[in-house]
Design a protein around this ligand. Structure first.
Ligand code: BG6
Length: 484
């Protein structure tokens, strides 16, 4: 199988915060890989914009170092790196003043896509958007890309949307949730809507419950100051897990097109029932020998912020009535593993004598690592001695099925930035979606703040607090093992 790369239109991409962590780790190495693949053509340019007093040469050195550190195996492509660096320029900018903006205006070319990546604190969005217009840098075809966190509650998200709307219309705004750019997350839609096999059974007649797990082994060290004001609910559930839930639960859109998909996702969020606080478990990782606790990592000895959350929720519509969705995510867990498991109902009646009919089909979609799909089916245990049934996985790892092509799968950011240039908003969040997601999470957060809820401690390298296990056990169910 040969992957087909279709070059995108020529572009000028300005990265505000171009010397920052996200730009160095993800955006710039990602763009280099797209350049190497031939998707970013020679007539495109990337312009770093930040406060640092650099010139183009200084920025190129910084980008070369970033590719060496974060570029993966492509970091060895020295000739291509040199060519890529020629596509780079830099403007030292004062986001809230006048410095650098005329220079940026003079750099812009006509006849190419103009995109502006706001890889900066949300507090600067307004000032930058205003200057892009004031200095005639952005035009009606320009696109802006904004990163999460998109607000910290409904009110701040609304204010941000209103600020951006003063200068850009919704079709120009690309709100990134990098989970939507992950190949396997897009595969959720391919599996559901590209196969006849699953959709007829995708409802409360056949599905017992759904589990969504995003487990990480990393802690919050290094970004404790941000994280402590956020916690797992704001950092992961309000966006990444919510998006996964939407893709699993939404009705089939009539076509794979931005507003058709986003309309369906929005309906799911709006149909989410408010979660009772007995169905939420918050956790914080404890000290483990010489490994620091969450509170030490966050440098806040009295922190009540959660580094783990598990919850049970329901979607109030015909398809999902009575089907619980169990969500969990946490830091410092036993493995790095993200998975969605669709657990089907028991057989009900078994024709095999002695069999307790507790066999279940489970469709597990592994998002990372070892991306793939695993379908648990019931078969006869081999050998003589009657019909003894066992459950085995029909395992399809994408790496096995796709061979070397699987290794060439672009990172989420690469895919999403190319979509911005192509003008395709399908994998980006619309303003009303983000607001609806906050409208659901806000009362839950306010409730535990009001009750001064103290997160339960959990061991590093575990599956989270015991209460999270109980959340399932009480319902006669259990979490799937977290296997990295
Ligand atoms: C980010 C969160 O959005 O996603 C981080 O802020 C988290 O806390 C990260 O670690 C996880 O992303 P991935 O792609 O590694 O699963």
């Amino acid at each position: 199988m040969v992957s087909r790369v279709i070059p995108v239109e020529a572009f000028d991409l300005v990265i505000f915060g171009g010397t920052g962590d996200l730009a160095r780790r993800k955006i710039l190495p990602g763009l280099f890989r797209r350049f190497l693949s031939g998707q970013m053509t020679d007539d495109s340019r990337i312009i770093g914009a930040a406060r640092a007093d650099l010139d183009a040469a200084g920025f190129r050195t910084l980008v070369a170092e970033a590719i060496a550190e974060f570029g993966g195996k492509e970091a060895k492509e020295t000739a291509a790196i040199a060519k890529f660096l020629e596509r780079l320029d830099y403007v030292s900018i004062d986001a809230t003043g006048d410095g650098g903006w005329t220079q940026m205006h003079d750099l812009m070319r006509d006849g190419v896509v103009r995109a502006f990546y706001f890889s900066v604190a949300p507090s600067l969005f307004g000032a930058i958007a205003e200057r892009l217009h004031g200095y005639n840098i952005a035009n009606d075809q320009s696109r802006i890309v904004v990163e999460k966190p998109f607000g910290r509650d409904l009110e701040t998200a609304r204010a941000l949307n209103a600020t951006l709307a003063q200068h850009f219309n919704e079709t120009q705004i690309y709100r990134i949730d990098h989970y939507l750019g992950k190949e396997t997350v897009q595969n959720l839609m391919a599996v559901r809507f590209g196969n006849v096999l699953f959709e007829p059974l995708w409802n409360n007649h056949y599905i017992d419950h759904i589990q969504i797990t995003v487990a990480e082994t990393v802690g919050v060290g290094g970004r404790g100051a941000y994280y402590d004001k956020s916690g797992a609910m704001r950092d992961m559930v309000q966006n990444h897990l919510m998006q996964l839930l939407c893709l699993i639960a939404m009705e089939p859109p009539n076509m794979f097109e931005a507003d058709a998909v986003r309309d369906e996702k929005l309906k799911v969020i709006r149909a989410l029932q408010r979660v009772d606080h007995h169905h939420i478990v918050r956790g914080q990782y404890d000290r483990d020998g010489d490994k620091q606790s969450y509170r030490e990592d966050a440098e806040n000895p009295r922190s009540f912020t959660e580094s783990f959350i598990a919850l049970k929720c329901h979607i109030n519509n015909w398809r999902w009535s009575g089907v619980p969705f169990y969500l969990r995510t946490g830091k410092k867990m036993k493995s790095r593993a993200s998975e969605i498991a669709v657990v089907y109902k028991d057989l009900g009646h078994s024709i095999f004598e002695g069999d307790e009919a507790r066999h279940r089909n489970i469709l597990a979609i592994r998002l990372q690592p070892n991306e793939g799909i695993d379908l648990q089916v019931t078969i006869k245990e081999p050998g003589p001695g009657g019909m003894r049934l066992i459950d085995v996985p029909l395992d399809m790892s994408f790496a096995d099925a796709l061979g070397p092509d699987a290794e060439e799968v672009p990172d989420a950011y690469e895919r999403l930035i190319m979509d911005v240039i192509r003008g395709n908003q399908t994998l980006f969040m619309r303003g009303d979606e983000v607001e609806a997601a906050w409208a659901w999470t806000d009362p839950l957060i306010r409730d535990w703040e009001r009750r001064n809820d103290v997160p339960k401690l959990y061991d590093q390298g575990s599956t989270g607090p015991d209460d999270a296990l109980m959340l399932m056990h009480r319902d006669g169910r259990r979490w799937r093992d977290i296997k990295g």
